[in-house]
Design a protein around this ligand. Structure first.
Ligand code: PXP
Length: 241
């Protein structure tokens, strides 16, 4: 069985919010992603609502045909939002207002009781819970003890490593963490920074059943679609009637 692709459509919303416009709509992007073979749609409803809006979550809950995965901060306010909209899964992520994107994994080992309470609230509402953690054995064990059903391993350091030896080291950490998590009965996802150049070694790890990819796919879409978009505008201008 291969890995399922979760497409993160946050960046489509970022483009829309840059103009406070009504397009491009992440809801449309999600439908296209599913038509193309995505088996999950992932969104991060941030506290500051910088990209995905409550309206997007509401509409995606109605329209997503596969699995809707909501990335969220482990706060009571977000638990309320999750209860209202009932995503299939919630991935708890650390969230700081000033960060550009999620910068590191959750430190589950140091806030296990608080996280365990949030995990329980969500699970009581029939929402499966994943914890986004660095590929670290202590964090894997802590996630298991916090009663999460899944973990998502942060691949950012692997993706950013320029030195091949460092990259191999990071890959080995991901492999070890994936094996340990799988042995404990946890489902294992991975994500952050994955793109067309670096995804293969991660896609080969059998213990990982899901990859969440946003920036790489949306960036590729902008470029592979650019020529066609310009052609269509030139055509319209040449034949304005
Ligand atoms: N997984 C998690 C938990 C994330 O927070 C993000 C970024 O929102 C991603 C995956 C996707 O990362 P990227 O946009 O770099 O593909």
């Amino acid at each position: 069985m291969g890995q399922r692709l979760g497409v993160n459509v946050d960046h489509v919303a970022t483009l829309r919010q840059a103009r406070r416009a009504t397009y491009p709509d992440p809801v449309t992007a999600a439908a296209l992603a599913e038509l193309a073979g995505a088996e999950q749609i992932t969104i991060h409803l941030r506290e500051d609502r910088r990209h995905i809006q409550d309206r997007d979550l509401r509409l995606l809950r109605e329209t997503v045909q596969t699995v809707l995965n909501l990335e969220m901060a482990a706060t009571q306010e977000m638990v309320k939002v999750a209860y209202e909209h009932k995503p299939d899964t919630a991935t708890l992520v650390p969230e700081r207002r000033e960060e550009l994107t999620t910068e590191g994994g959750l430190d589950v080992a140091n806030q296990r009781d608080a996280l365990a309470r949030v995990v329980k609230s969500l699970r009581d509402g029939d929402i499966a819970v994943s914890l986004f953690i660095d590929p670290d054995l202590d964090q894997v064990r802590a996630a298991h003890k916090a009663n999460a059903q899944r973990v998502e391993l942060h691949t950012g350091r692997y993706c950013e490593a320029r030195d091949p030896r460092e990259r191999d080291r990071e890959l080995a950490r991901i492999l070890d963490a994936a094996k340990a998590a799988s042995k404990l009965g946890l489902g294992v996802a991975a994500g952050h920074g994955l793109n067309y150049d670096n995804v293969r070694p991660i896609a080969r790890i059998l213990e990982i059943d899901e990859l969440n990819i946003g920036h790489g796919i949306v960036s590729r879409a902008v470029l592979v679609g650019f020529e066609r978009a310009v052609r269509e505008m030139v055509e319209l201008m040449r034949n304005p009637r």
